[in-house]
Write a protein that binds this ligand. Structure first.
Ligand SMILES: [Zn+2]
Length: 149
């Protein structure tokens, strides 16, 4: 494993541990500059293709999903770690479905459900964009639903 600090190509494993989801974490030390870093290995399961609203398919893009959620969470007390974890859970849920294709709506609904638990302002922002709440009446109805619930 190449050192991320000095790009030296040899590093020494100083510690190995496993995590609950079957991954292996290795703590490494660069043999050139002595910096330590970790690598994480886990089995790669296939995520289903995402069917977009226009009928085209695309690969599940974890980073794109994270970006969208981060925008909704701007200036809200939601940490990047929490967002990463949520997207990780969504990805696992998609893989666990064992399907080759899944509608983008399924992914959107999972994000919506996750944000609803996390932060209602972020949830409303996401809903406006992804549920297409494009008029004030629809947005007001959704906010009223939240206030009543
Ligand atoms: Zn190094």
């Amino acid at each position: 494993m190449r050192c991320p600090y000095c790009k030296h190509k040899d590093s020494r494993v100083v510690d190995t541990s496993s995590d609950a989801r079957g991954g292996v974490r290795r703590r490494r030390e660069c043999q050139n500059c002595g910096q330590r870093f970790s690598t994480f290995e886990r089995p790669l399961l296939a995520s289903p293709l995402i069917i977009k609203q226009d009928g085209t398919r695309e690969e599940f893009d974890r980073d794109k999903l994270i970006r969208g959620i981060r925008i909704s969470c701007a200036k809200r007390p939601v940490s990047g770690t929490v967002i990463d974890r949520m997207v990780g859970e969504i990805e696992s849920a998609l893989q666990a479905m064992g399907r080759s294709e899944v509608s983008s709506r399924v992914v959107g609904d999972m994000v919506i459900a996750g944000l609803k638990d996390l932060d209602l302002i972020a949830y409303i922002r996401y809903a406006i964009v992804y549920l297409g709440l494009d008029d004030l009446g629809a947005i007001r109805d959704e906010i009223n639903r939240l206030l009543e619930g």
